[in-house]
Ligand binder design. Structure first.
Ligand code: SAH
Length: 215
């Protein structure tokens, strides 16, 4: 089976049966070469139904989790999006297929550099990788229409709430250090609406508004 066939199978067997419906999200998952983000050792496992190690103790999320979070963002095509936790850059590439501009923040220099290079070689000119503590958001580029946090925190980092537009959406895994639930919030003229979704397990958001240490 070639990688394109593996991607089609991933979409048909892991995403569609579990309820992912947004046709644009399914198409992006069929298109982005996940194996190039997984690294040569994990290439053959890149389309498995699981998270994958990417070095520095970090992981690329399971394809289903990437799809769920992306679908919850309700992207139409012209949004300015902030991702916190670049990791391999895979989620950023999915976002780049579906939105206008993508800013993605990573705290580990080696990961940020590798992701920047990978995204550049795949011609994702609308992705901007920044090395910083993403728990502070990215005040210089704010406001954003959408924010996605791909590392776990006890609650949504407070600075992020001030960095979304009205009608903006934030999706983040929120909970304890070892188990979380996806939280989607929408900022409206009447206040913040909250919805809880899928249970999940993410590596920790380490920073001023996340956890202070990695253990
Ligand atoms: N979205 C990634 C996977 C994220 S794993 C992908 O598609 O591959 C979580 C990432 O968040 C790790 O790379 C970790 O280093 C990063 N991270 C943790 N705390 C952070 C912080 N405060 N700011 C920015 N990145 C952070």
């Amino acid at each position: 089976m070639n990688f394109e066939e593996m991607r089609r199978l991933m979409v048909e067997s892991q995403l569609v049966p579990r309820g992912i419906k947004d046709a644009r999200v399914l198409e992006a998952m069929r298109r982005v070469p996940r194996h190039l983000f997984a690294g040569p050792q994990a290439e053959q496992r890149a389309y498995d139904d699981s998270a994958l190690p990417i070095g520095e103790g970090q992981t690329i999320s399971q394809p289903y989790m990437v799809a769920v979070m992306t679908e919850l963002l309700e992207l139409k095509g012209d949004e300015k999006v902030l991702e916190i936790g670049t990791g391999s850059g895979y989620q950023a590439a999915i976002l780049a297929e579906l939105a206008g501009e993508v800013y993605t923040v990573e705290r580990v220099a080696a990961l940020a550099e590798a992701a920047r290079e990978r995204l550049r070689s795949l011609f994702y000119g609308n992705v901007h990788v920044r090395l910083a503590d993403g728990s502070l958001g990215l005040p210089k580029e704010a406001p954003f229409d959408r924010i996605i946090v791909t590392a776990a925190s006890p609650s949504i980092p407070a600075p992020l709430i001030n960095q979304i537009t009205e009608d903006g959406i934030i999706v983040a895994p929120v909970g304890s250090r070892f188990s979380q639930q996806l939280l989607k919030i929408r900022k409206t003229s009447k206040g913040i609406l909250e919805e809880y979704h899928t249970p999940c397990v993410f590596v920790p958001l380490v920073g001023e508004y996340g956890w202070k240490i990695e253990e």
